[in-house]
Write a new protein. Structure first.
Length: 338
């Protein structure tokens, strides 16, 4: 089975990320994040965001998202998110676990983007003692369906939330792909996002993500929280080093741009040469194809790993490592299905 398009998690580490690890492995340094590698990686992130922020590197996106949400809502409150968001569908209740019971309110919206009117309807509901009221909003950029919010779309979501005194979290597992599409990273803090998860793993790092706190008041006892959650690395430089390698070399951006280009190549080939329709706009590194179960099974039998997503379409994900030849091969395979 070939996993070229199964997920961007199936690719290895990008060369610059691996080189960052090798360089960080030399000599001795301070532990628990007090080292120069961690400081330099954090500065690289601040520079891209053009914002002062507290930054911590952790082992997984699930932990990063769940801990971030636990900072924005009490256990008797809830977080609004698209119903297909990773926090709602793929994290096994981790936000509620880390948040000691905080709830999730799934919102509708086309192609992974939250419908503002649906969110505003939730905000307008009277607060009663029998259900968890919304206390925060979680936005995924780029979305689970490979679309990218523009600045105005984000503003229409964030401003009503902030006006109610609620917090805002952004899941940026594929933030590099959004940036490669043209999304301006410097707008994230200015729009009012309180906590960002700055993606590493899907951009070519190992299992590493960064929690970025624009609201620095949330950082009080953050290190205690991370330690209790098992997210404090003694050799923290090895979480930060892949970020440093990717960011200092610009491979965080160029790798994502390549992944996006491969997705467009794949989408164009499917649209032109196959009998199947695209399910969503292709704006980042994912392609969703409306494909009957028999055709999908046949593609798997031909050796291509791809998975049916929540809306029933079949997802293909490109990465920094996706090769043009592999894209053309899978297009041929899809074109041959009936």
């Amino acid at each position: 089975m070939r996993y070229d398009f199964g997920s961007d998690n199936t690719a290895g580490m990008a060369p610059a990320a691996l080189e960052g690890m090798i360089q960080a492995n030399a000599g001795f340094t301070k532990a628990y994040g007090a080292d120069d590698v961690t400081a330099r990686a954090a500065d690289q992130i601040r520079r891209r965001l053009d914002a002062d922020a507290e930054i911590r590197f952790v082992f997984s996106g699930t932990a990063a998202n769940a801990i971030a949400l636990s900072m924005l809502a009490f256990p008797f409150e809830a977080v609004m998110a698209h119903h297909a968001a990773h926090v709602c569908t793929d994290e096994t209740g981790a936000p509620g676990f880390f948040g000691q019971g905080l709830g999730l309110i799934g919102l509708p919206g086309l192609s992974g983007k939250i419908e503002p009117r649906a969110m505003e309807a939730i905000l307008a509901e009277p607060e009663v003692g029998h259900r968890q009221p919304p206390a925060a909003l979680s936005i995924t950029q780029s979305t689970e369906y490979g679309t990218v919010y523009d600045e105005e779309e984000l503003r229409h979501l964030i401003e009503p939330v902030k006006a109610r005194g609620c917090g805002v979290h952004m899941d940026g597992a594929r933030l590099a792909n959004a940036a490669a599409t043209g999304f301006d990273l410097t707008q994230i803090a200015r729009l009012g996002v309180d906590v960002l998860v700055f993606g590493g793993a899907k951009a070519g790092a190992n299992c590493a993500e960064a929690i970025v706190l624009f609201d620095k008041s949330l950082a009080r006892r953050l290190d205690n929280r991370l330690k209790q959650a098992g997210q404090t690395a003694s050799k923290a430089r090895f979480l930060a080093a892949p970020f440093l390698g990717l960011l200092e070399s610009d491979q965080w951006e160029t790798g994502a741009a390549h992944a996006n280009q491969m997705a467009l190549r794949l989408a164009e080939g499917v649209a032109l040469r196959s009998p199947f329709a695209l399910a969503h706009p292709v704006e980042a590194n994912a392609v969703f194809v409306r494909m009957p179960e028999m055709a999908h099974s046949r593609l798997n039998e031909l050796g291509w790993a791809c998975y049916r997503f929540d809306d029933g379409s079949v997802r293909f994900v490109c990465s920094w490592a996706t090769q043009e030849a592999a894209v053309d091969e899978v297009i041929e395979a899809i074109a041959g299905l009936s």
